[in-house]
Design a protein around this ligand. Structure first.
Ligand code: DX5
Ligand code: ZN
Length: 216
């Protein structure tokens, strides 16, 4: 079944608890953590994740676009994130980090920027619960979907299947009614959508419409 994770980057930060409730039917809430170093934007950190965790029953999918995830990522699991994604480009010891995240009781996930190939990480996949293939350059919501990432999504799906893994394959960036079917067809099963959900008049209905489209 396709999972739809609305990104609160496109929500009203002054009303996060209400914005979480506005997408009650969502599988996860995608929380974009940016440190103004790994990406040229700054959002929120552990205290906000902790507060949001207490304000909603929807599990939190924390996407850490930060330097030194080895140092910080386990704290997000401790704060209540159900899934913690670090970037391959920033992690010094991704296997150790994934194990630490799992030891905190969260799902461990690794993200790849558009120019980062998946192949060098093939042997690491069993250590992960999810791989995130970015379909825009990380940093901002509302960017155009990069079609050229579709072959990478396909190759990642092939690697996952080749090893018989149950891990999820997430796409993030420019996912909307006009791009989600191509992502699903290429093998993604978890879809992050920011502007396509929170930019809609009825965010909950947008989640359900995206899910139907992804499930074809
Ligand atoms: C971008 C973030 C995304 C962003 C997606 O760096 O990682 O999660 O919120 O927003 P849309 O869906 O508007 O591209
Ligand atoms: Zn994200």
């Amino acid at each position: 079944m396709a999972q739809i994770n609305p990104s609160i980057l496109s929500a009203d930060f002054a009303r996060l608890a209400d914005e979480a409730k506005a997408v009650d039917g969502a599988d996860w809430l995608h929380v974009d953590v940016m440190d103004n170093h790994f990406v040229p934007n700054l959002t929120l950190g552990v205290p906000v994740v902790d507060a949001l965790h207490r304000a909603t029953d929807t599990p939190l999918d924390c996407h850490l676009m930060i330097e030194e995830p080895d140092r910080w990522a386990p704290q997000y699991a401790e704060a209540g994130a159900g899934s913690v994604t670090f970037h391959a480009e920033a992690a010094a010891a991704p296997v150790r980090l994934a194990r630490e995240i799992r030891a905190q009781g969260a799902r461990a996930s690794m993200a790849l920027k558009p120019a980062t190939p998946v192949e060098p990480y093939e042997d690491l996949l069993p250590e992960l619960d999810m791989l995130l293939v970015m379909t825009v350059e990380p940093g901002f919501g509302g960017q155009a979907f990069l079609d050229i990432m579709l072959p990478k999504i396909r190759r990642t799906r092939q690697l996952i299947d080749k090893h018989g893994l149950q891990m999820w394959l997430q796409v993030d960036g420019g996912v909307s009614a006009s791009t989600i079917e191509r992502c699903a067809e290429a093998g993604a099963d978890v879809f992050v959508a920011g502007s396509a959900v929170y930019g809609a008049d009825n965010p909950a209905a947008a989640v359900e419409a995206l899910r139907r489209q992804a499930e074809g």
